[in-house]
Design a binder for this molecule. Structure first.
Ligand SMILES: [Zn+2]
Length: 362
């Protein structure tokens, strides 16, 4: 069997994917036409060619478009349901999706309420479970840059972060498992968010911030120390300080790595310079993710294939990354056991097919 069909059938989880950046191309176009008065049809068509993204700023402007396309409970349900179909096609058994909840509710006057979001997520998720046999849970993101004064980055106001925490707490019964921290890390360090993350953890939510993507190892150190990160989105630039790498490995804090996203957003010029393999060799738990597949133009399967080709990973390694993705997730223990068993069965059948092929060649 070829690498792409092996990767496609391998059962796995995806832990770092933004709902807004995972709108399938068909759904994005459908919503752009539904809200044609917003004038996003052209932007969506361009986005689907994904040729114009060369920086964090380019990415950000497409991301804003995607966020504006989802405007009602019905839209959330549709986006989630179609994400579920995409999961089935890639055999992604479980996803933790990052949602920019604050922007949805407070920017652009969508007249959208928190309950609409919950209703949409619940309905989309139930339908996806019934039709595609997949599971999803949510991480509510705090937009870090909105907390610092543009005139003086030392002036910090925690109002929005506190609001997001409140939304996440209300969302626990709808599958919200944690809070995140997103946006450009430059001039928006993690430390001032310490109190909010501490409260979140005391209330049983997970701490899953972005760090070490647009800023270096210091940002990861802050996320570990002050945000008590349970898992870190990206974290790749921890490689700039071996003490931070050591801490990640010793404390077994997994990194949700999104290789192609890092190349497209110019964090690393080429895949050969990406530290994925180095971090893996140094004992950090790594998982593979697509971040914003529709904007970046790379699916989770593409990511597995890209790291396999670049770093010479074997199928056994890819199975290990799939296992990491389940073990580092916050799905229920029954679902973890079930997914790990599926991986084990997949591996057995792969090994028996390979040995059959070898003996038939002899
Ligand atoms: Zn992200």
């Amino acid at each position: 069997m070829k690498l792409d069909s092996l990767v496609r059938t391998l059962p796995k989880a995806e832990l770092h994917v933004h709902l807004e950046g995972a709108i399938t191309p068909t759904t994005a176009l459908k919503l752009a036409h539904k809200y044609s008065h917003l004038g996003f049809v052209n932007a969506v068509e361009l986005m689907q060619k994904s040729i114009s993204i060369r920086s964090f700023e380019d990415f950000h402007s497409y991301y804003q478009v995607c966020m504006q396309l989802i405007r009602s409970a019905e839209d959330f349900a549709l986006v989630v349901y179609e994400c579920g179909r995409d999961m089935m096609n890639q055999n992604i058994r479980y996803r933790e999706m990052y949602i920019s909840i604050y922007q949805h509710l407070h920017l652009w006057e969508k007249n959208l309420h928190l309950q609409d979001v919950f209703d949409g997520l619940l309905l989309g998720c139930q339908k996806a479970r019934d039709d595609f046999d997949v599971e999803m849970q949510w991480i509510f993101g705090i937009p870090r840059n909105r907390h610092f004064s543009s005139h003086n980055p030392r002036i910090f106001d925690s109002t929005i972060a506190t609001k997001v925490l409140d939304y996440a707490l209300q969302g626990r019964e709808y599958g919200v498992i944690g809070i995140g921290l997103g946006g450009n890390e430059v001039d928006a360090p993690p430390e001032p968010f310490g109190n909010v993350f501490q409260q979140a953890k005391q209330m049983g939510l997970q701490s899953i911030p972005h760090a070490g993507e647009t800023d270096g190892a210091n940002s990861v150190r802050g996320a570990i120390k002050e945000l008590q990160a349970d898992r870190i989105c990206h974290g790749v630039r921890s490689i700039e300080d071996m003490n931070v790498v050591k801490e990640l490995a010793e404390r077994q804090i997994p990194l949700d790595i999104c290789p192609t996203s890092n190349i497209r957003l110019n964090i690393y010029p080429t895949m050969s310079q990406h530290p994925f393999q180095e971090l893996d060799k140094l004992g950090v738990i790594v998982t593979i993710n697509s971040d914003d597949p529709s904007i970046i133009g790379s699916s989770l399967c593409d990511e597995y294939i890209a790291v396999a080709k670049e770093f010479g990973y074997t199928i056994k390694d890819l199975v290990r990354f799939a296992r990491n993705s389940i073990q580092a997730s916050y799905t229920s223990s029954e679902s973890k056991t079930k997914c790990l068993l599926e991986i084990e069965q997949w591996e057995k059948s792969y090994l028996s097919n390979t040995s059959k092929m070898q003996s038939s060649k002899k």
